[in-house]
Design a protein around this ligand. Structure first.
Ligand code: FAD
Length: 374
């Protein structure tokens, strides 16, 4: 039996492909259910990674029905509110709400494969393979474990001493409901798709979402010890002293709490040696900042490649894991490096100059991957 830990994006897609191929697996997920918590904002589906994986799984057409038309438009502004760059997008990197994507993949699975409300507390090897201890002290045994348990993966520690490293940047997430009637300034600033307003050490990144909603991140340079603290709106506004009045109007009023999301990444290109019966997919394998626009896409590419490898070697999981890991390590490293360099560029001393050059170059060479924040 294969046990997958985590039903974010990679775990359910992997389980779906294994189930379709006749390989038995189960997924343990800490969330109480699909609606246990808000699943974050919009994500672009990249051709060679996310789109290819969904096609391989046979799910791409159904996902395409749920993308946000025009959501791939990009605007770049400076801190005075001046529009420096606009591209209306061409539909080649469709945008979808992360919660909708997860719901579609989970919905394709039979109900009994994901066990909700099952938080893994510890995993260790034993003579039967692996012993998994849950937070309610119940214990389960399995032959093989796949860690799809995201940024703070428990499974990762079976393979490597890699730990997420704080990037120095924290996103303060804000949500805007009924944007047309209640938040006209924010709606105008964000525009049809993705908006970046960047300056030295800070920025504002916004997405239009379905149902007339917006998701906006105020990006700040904060020390790690302050990164998880709830921030008051007054303190947030103080950080943006010197920015244009429209930004102040947008930041001074959103719906619900200000949610801190510190940005972490593991060291680029540092992986592990193959180990009997265990591997990782998605953020558990290669957590990176959202500035490569690839987190969800690579998670799906990993799921697709690992499922393909397992179905090719159903009786030799270690051979399957080795094939998959070789491919995954090679694919992920350039994206990890790009996410780190794009994050530095976004908040560099001369920001938004670097992003302006970058966006102008991709408009001249549209086949190049955009690679800016998801
Ligand atoms: C709530 C949320 C919102 C996000 N929003 C955005 C966004 O707006 N934009 C963006 O670019 N990226 C966002 N991300 C990150 C991006 O979605 C990831 O790159 C991508 O989801 C990676 O997929 P994954 O399947 O590897 O991991 P995840 O999607 O992180 O899924 C991991 C799953 O494992 C479960 N899990 C973790 N630990 C345990 C445990 N001990 N026992 C059982 N289950 C466990 C978690 O509950 C989670 O469901 C978000 C991630 C999350 C979890």
């Amino acid at each position: 039996m294969i046990t997958i830990i985590g039903a974010g994006i990679a775990g359910p897609l992997l389980a779906y492909m294994l189930h379709k191929g006749g390989v038995e697996c189960t997924v343990l997920e800490a969330d109480h259910g699909l609606d246990a918590r808000h699943q974050g904002g919009m994500l672009n589906l990249n051709e060679r990674t996310g789109q290819a994986a969904l096609r391989n799984a046979g799910l791409y057409e159904s996902v395409l029905n749920h993308v946000l038309p025009g959501g791939d438009a990009i605007r770049l502004l400076n801190r005075d509110g001046e529009l420096l760059f606009y591209n209306r997008g061409n539909g080649s990197r469709p945008e979808i709400d992360r919660g909708t994507l997860r719901r579609l993949i989970v919905g394709a699975l039979p109900n009994n494969i994901i066990q909700w409300n099952r938080t893994v507390r510890a995993i260790e090897r034993d003579d039967r393979g692996f012993k998994i201890t849950m937070d309610d002290n119940s214990v389960t045994h399995t032959d093989a474990v796949i860690g799809a348990d995201g940024a703070w993966s428990h499974v990762r520690s079976l393979l490597t001493d890699q730990r997420p490293i704080y990037s120095g940047i924290t996103f303060i997430e804000m949500r805007y409901l009924k944007a047309t009637s209640n938040h006209s300034v924010a709606k105008r600033l964000v525009g049809d798709g993705l908006m970046f307003a960047l300056a030295k050490g800070q920025g504002i990144i916004g997405h239009r979402e379905p149902n007339d909603e917006l998701c906006v991140y105020a990006a700040l340079s904060l020390p790690e010890e302050m990164a998880r603290e709830r921030m008051s709106r007054d303190v947030l506004l103080d950080h943006f002293n010197g920015w244009g009045s429209d930004y102040h109007s947008m930041l001074s009023r959103s719906d619900g709490a200000l949610v801190p999301r510190p940005i972490y990444a593991v060291q680029a290109g540092k992986y592990w040696s193959c180990s009997h019966g265990v591997t990782l997919v998605g953020d558990a394998a290669h957590l990176m900042s959202p500035f490569a626009g690839e987190g969800v896409n690579l998670a799906m590419a990993d799921a697709s490649d690992l499922a393909t490898a397992i179905l090719a070697h159903p009786d030799n999981l270690d051979a399957a894991f080795a094939d998959y890991e070789a491919k995954m390590f090679e694919r992920s490293t350039p994206h990890q490096e790009k996410s780190a360099s794009n994050l530095a560029l976004a908040f560099a001393d001369d920001a938004p100059r670097g992003f302006l050059d970058f966006f102008e170059s991709i408009s001249k060479h549209p086949r190049q991957t955009h690679g800016a924040a998801e």
